[in-house]
Design a protein around this ligand. Structure first.
Ligand SMILES: CC(=O)N[C@H]1[C@@H](OP(=O)(O)OP(=O)(O)OC[C@H]2O[C@@H](n3ccc(=O)[nH]c3=O)[C@H](O)[C@@H]2O)O[C@H](CO)[C@@H](O)[C@@H]1O
Ligand SMILES: C=C(OP(=O)(O)O)C(=O)O
Length: 437
């Protein structure tokens, strides 16, 4: 794993200048959105879990601190960068106050570890990217199905563990990733059988199921249902899990390479996780080779590219919403009328489009969640702000194609999701320099 160079940490802005097409090979870090639920599942198991590939991104590091406050020991094995061992501390703990949980969306994953450690979870409303109204009502339905009591107020929520149930059956009204994973973690914490209808089947969810299988849980996932059964007997030995490489980081780098007309390879990912993105890139004229552990971007075809339709979806094999912003930045370089939709995160376009407009991008908002643009467009460098993680990565891509220098500030947002995305772009040949205060 490549850790953020100390120099980049704390830098609030970078200047990006256009240059040669990006080329070369780079390795993706472990995925933030996969690491966070794996950490919660590890704690819910209440046995030692050795987790490798843990990224240095800020949200994941914050989650490690929160787990310690929740009654778990987080050990960093010597000479194993990116590995942690999570285990219960043993002695009972008081219900902790977790102010930092308000800074990340994924603090909702802490409920099951807290119920397992002290029978109660008291959490502030989660934070994370400000990309619209991000509900949690399905999470509360999950806890109620387990017999827990849920209390809400203006500052946050409290979940009180009910009597453990042998079997819990519920069906989600839509395929929420968060609600699916919290249901799985809750079942693990209480040792219950779970039958979850209409589940989310993203790699982040199925990755947790695969990890639990190594701990003796029986897990089956189909389009209709996830079933999960506890192991026939309890074992205490440490299990070893690995955080998969970040499909979103790899997809973002692939878009950056394609946007500059370059050629390159991103390693360290699970190729099938990038199938939806690779299909779209191929469709617009950027040939892609997907290997089991890498994605290779070939030079774009000069003819035969078709317009992009990037529709974020929670459906199995759908396009992860977090790919949509980098695709929008890429589309600004491609001929055609390109269409985008993110109904999952209704505030996403409201963050990204004004920043792309500052660079001279012309994007027609058909509704708060639908937009279209006609490419290619000439952008001009100026100061822009990474208002959320994916807006930050899209702006880096757009800046690679803008005339003159673009200063992207708000890097603390970007670093929530990527330890050092500018550094990886530099490895591929991008002209990116730190802005010193
Ligand atoms: C930490 C993490 O992994 N974040 C990801 C997670 O976010 P997030 O936790 O928002 O994802 P979910 O799939 O659970 O929810 C998607 C949307 O459904 C709505 N909703 C969800 C749950 C609920 O109980 N009630 C409700 O209304 C919210 O508007 C939410 O924004 O998945 C999204 C795509 O699915 C990704 O873009 C985020 O990067
Ligand atoms: C929306 C994202 O993160 P979070 O859900 O943690 O805010 C993201 O990873 O793009």
């Amino acid at each position: 794993m490549e850790l953020a160079p100390a120099r980049m940490t704390g830098v609030d802005a970078v200047t990006v200048r256009p240059g040669r097409p990006l080329a070369g090979t780079v390795r993706a870090d472990g995925s933030k959105n996969a690491a966070l639920p794996l950490l919660a599942a590890a704690a819910s198991l209440r046995r030692g879990v050795h987790l490798s590939g843990v990224p240095a991104s800020a949200d994941v590091q914050r989650m490690l601190g929160l787990l310690e406050q929740c009654g778990y020991r987080v050990a960093h094995p010597v000479a194993e960068p990116g590995a942690v061992i999570v285990m219960p501390k043993g002695s009972p703990i008081e219900v902790p106050e977790l102010a930092d949980a308000a800074r990340i969306r994924a603090s909702y994953y802490l409920v099951a570890p807290l119920l397992a450690a002290c029978g109660q979870a008291v959490l502030p409303w989660p934070g994370g990217c400000r990309i619209g109204d991000r509900g949690m009502d399905l999470h509360f339905k999950v806890y109620e199905a387990f017999g827990d009591t849920v209390l809400l107020d203006d500052t946050g929520y409290r979940v009180l563990a009910g009597q453990a149930r042998d079997r819990v059956v519920l069906t989600l009204p839509f395929r929420s990733r968060g609600a699916s994973i919290v249901a799985v973690c809750r079942a693990v914490a209480s040792g219950s059988r779970l039958e979850l209808g209409n589940p989310n089947l993203s790699p982040e969810t199925t990755g947790v199921l695969a990890a639990l299988r190594t701990a003796g849980w029986q897990a089956h996932a189909s389009e209709d249902q996830i079933t999960l059964d506890p192991p026939p007997c309890v074992t205490a030995s440490t299990v070893a899990w690995t955080v998969p490489g970040d499909k979103i980081e790899a997809g973002t780098l692939a878009c950056a390479i394609a946007a500059t007309g370059g050629e390159g390879r991103i390693e360290g990912i699970n190729g099938p996780d990038l199938k939806a993105l690779a299909g779209l890139l191929d469709w617009v004229g950027v040939p892609i080779t997907l290997a089991p552990d890498a994605i290779t971007v070939h030079q774009a075809r000069t003819v035969g590219g078709r317009p992009l339709r990037a529709i974020a979806s929670l459906a199995p094999d759908g396009l992860d919403a977090d790919f949509e912003p980098p695709l929008m930045a890429l589309a600004l370089t491609l001929p055609g009328i390109h269409l985008f939709c993110d109904d999952i995160n209704p505030g996403r376009h409201g963050n990204l489009i004004p920043q792309l407009t500052r660079l001279g991008g012309v994007i027609e908002e058909l509704s708060p969640t639908h937009c279209r643009l006609v490419g290619p467009q000439r952008l001009s460098g100026t100061g822009v702000q990474a208002t959320d993680i994916r807006t930050g990565s899209a702006l880096l891509i757009a800046a690679l194609n803008a005339r003159g220098a673009t200063t992207v500030s708000g890097l603390d947002q970007l670093r929530r999701g990527h330890a050092d995305l500018p550094g990886k772009l530099r490895t591929l040949g991008a002209d990116i320099t730190e802005v010193l205060q």
